[in-house]
Design a binder for this molecule. Sequence first.
Ligand SMILES: Nc1ncnc2c1ncn2[C@@H]1O[C@H](COP(=O)(O)OP(=O)(O)O)[C@@H](O)[C@H]1O
Ligand SMILES: [Mg+2]
Length: 250
Amino acid sequence: MENVLTIQNLNYSIKGKKILEDISLKIQKGKITGMIGGSGSGKTTLIRVILNILIPEKAEITGDIKIKKEIATDKNRRLIQPVFQDPGSYFNPRWNLQRCLEEPFDILFAYSKEEKQKKIKTLLDEFSIPEKYLHQSIRRFSGGELQRISLMRAILCQPEILLMDEPVSGLDPLIQKDAVRLIRNLNLTKKISIFLISHDIDFISSLCDYIYVIQNGKIVEENFTAEILQNARHEYTKLILESRNLSEIR
Ligand SMILES: Nc1ncnc2c1ncn2[C@@H]1O[C@H](COP(=O)(O)OP(=O)(O)O)[C@@H](O)[C@H]1O
Ligand SMILES: [Mg+2]
């Protein structure tokens, strides 16, 4: 099996405080891989390190990050595209939808105006967003729509991997269901590998083939989804599963 992302013995500390400790993981090509962990466990930090963004100057980082078989650089990082927790704050509020979707083209590819339009229109169809909204201000879209728009933007960058940090938290349950369907579809039809990060075990287990459990910056357990659900070994994983049962009873 080919790995599209490999992290080996990654450590991250800031002012002597360890935030990530000896993280090793693999994202297999074509699969949906998950990471579950409570708030403050280091999930967002891991994403920032992978993407090399928003890292404070004082941070100390050791370990290897490889994209396919090569050490990650500013150049090959384009193959990993993020979809952030709060897409509303990600886009320039003064831009319309068209401008937001064209932005990755202008940075990454030398397409003609017609080619750009064609690619954007095809994607709008796939994501059920009417073309007439291209001229609407990005501020006027709802949370669920912004989520889809930020996914579209990521896809227009032609990534090998989509990195999603809490993609459904804050969305209402029906829209969460749509998002699950959409993510599964993207993985199947476009063969994009996906790394999903969340505190929500139901969301993670409904989509992922393989799950890493992170606690206080360390991976405490990893396994295939069915194994995690039926045969959890680590106390922290058991706790996550128990808290889910509690919320089902209520
Ligand atoms: N710039 C920073 N300086 C010091 N501590 C930080 C900084 N950024 C994050 N942390 C700490 O790192 C830990 C992991 O945070 P984060 O990656 O946001 O976790 P998660 O996304 O899993 O909720 C937390 O304990 C947080 O307080
Ligand atoms: Mg986070």
